[in-house]
Design a protein around this ligand. Sequence first.
Ligand code: FAD
Length: 439
Amino acid sequence: EKEMQDLLGSEIIALDADTREKLSKDYYWYSPVLDSRLKHNQAADAIALPRNEAEVAEILAFGYRHHIPVTVRGAGTGNYGQAVPLQQGIVLDLSRMDQIVEIGDGFARLQCGVRLATIDKKAREAGQEIRIYPSTYVKATVGGFVSGGSGGIGSITYGNLWDGNVLEAVIYTMEETPRRLVVSGKELFNYIHNYGTTGVLTEVTIPLSPRTEWMQAIAQFVSLEQAMRFGEALALRDSIPKRLISPMEWPIPAYFIPFAKVIKPDSAAVMLEFEASSLERVEALAQIFGGHLGHIIPADKYRKTVGVSDFTWNHTTLWAMKSEPAMTYLQAGFKLDRYMEQIQLLKEQYGDEVLLHFEWVRGGGALVPTALPLVRYQSEERLYEIIAYCESIGVRIFDPHTWVLDNGGRGEVGSMERKKRSNDPKGLLNPGKIIYKND
Ligand code: FAD
């Protein structure tokens, strides 16, 4: 500790118990399984709050010399315990590195700690906008999104992080003398969604699109089936620009207290964001499926009032938990050619124990009905029974109740493992989050 204070000056190191406690936690409590395993996890020994790349490199070299684990942190909104330091050591909080380096034509170069909402605001002022962002965009950092997230609003058009939504990254390795790497193209796959295990991102370049005027609406339908079919039809209408199509079955909309007055009971809802001049076409399409657009938020109110995206993606779970604290969730990929059959099987098996809401996504070019089903939690055993059943009917589950990258992440991490061995030879970056399969 003494050497660390001397080395770096106390203004970038925090050692007090409150700060260490607070910055050693993320949103892991979203999962009852992770909550029971992590709530008593001991806080990091120190929090480092560097202001520039040189200080990041200095902290990494210090950690390497003294064999101290380093766990990177953006805003700590990740919900798999990704930013929790399982072996204590140093939490490297990058929220002070929050400069927008450059907004160019079609791209933004950013220090990793800038919040996504800040980037989007600046980009929109310059006639552009970010392409994809999580529902936590107000707090979440761009570095945290790239290293710990996957997709979100905008993914219906632009896909997930792996679909060209990161152009370049500056990475620091954890070695005696940390290397500064500038990475682009396929090589980025070793760093996207890496939980900070293969390197520390200090700067990220993301693509921007021309600014669009977004209108929001809540469409309502008699059944989830109609809501889903409408969502699919709208997803396929390339002539209607959109960034959100999120169908959900009743009673999920009943959890959305701020919309209580505008939501019709006993109906499925679809949360929508589409380009303002498409309103009539969206309305006509909803009518084909027996629905109508209820609540409409005009484009000039965009981000100035409660928006519909605050009730989608994993924010749906948050609203459900407000009414029913025992609610939890899964992450699922349904099949485009048989999602209705899969939905029916799940409802027959579990009834209201599993409540469905979807986000239509275009991943790797293909349209996918992805879902974050709500689950009324009974026990870990029951949860894994439900997961097994989903898998048995072809619903792919990305388990959100584990902090291990290979389980909850993207499956294949072999190439990341190799990268970790060369970038982090002592295995000090966020230990415990990646489990070597190829030993
Ligand atoms: P953190 O939580 O601080 O970090 C995430 C991970 O990345 C950690 O493992 C951390 O060690 C690592 N990390 C952070 N910064 C760096 C860096 N610079 N270099 C290397 N590693 C780093 N996610 C989605 O993808 N889509 C959603 O729609 C979405 N909705 C959410 C809704 C709710 C209510 C909640 C609680 C979470 C949601 N998330 C979602 C998860 C999370 O909020 C996002 O992924 C967010 O972008 C994470 O950013 P952060 O700055 O908070 O990262």
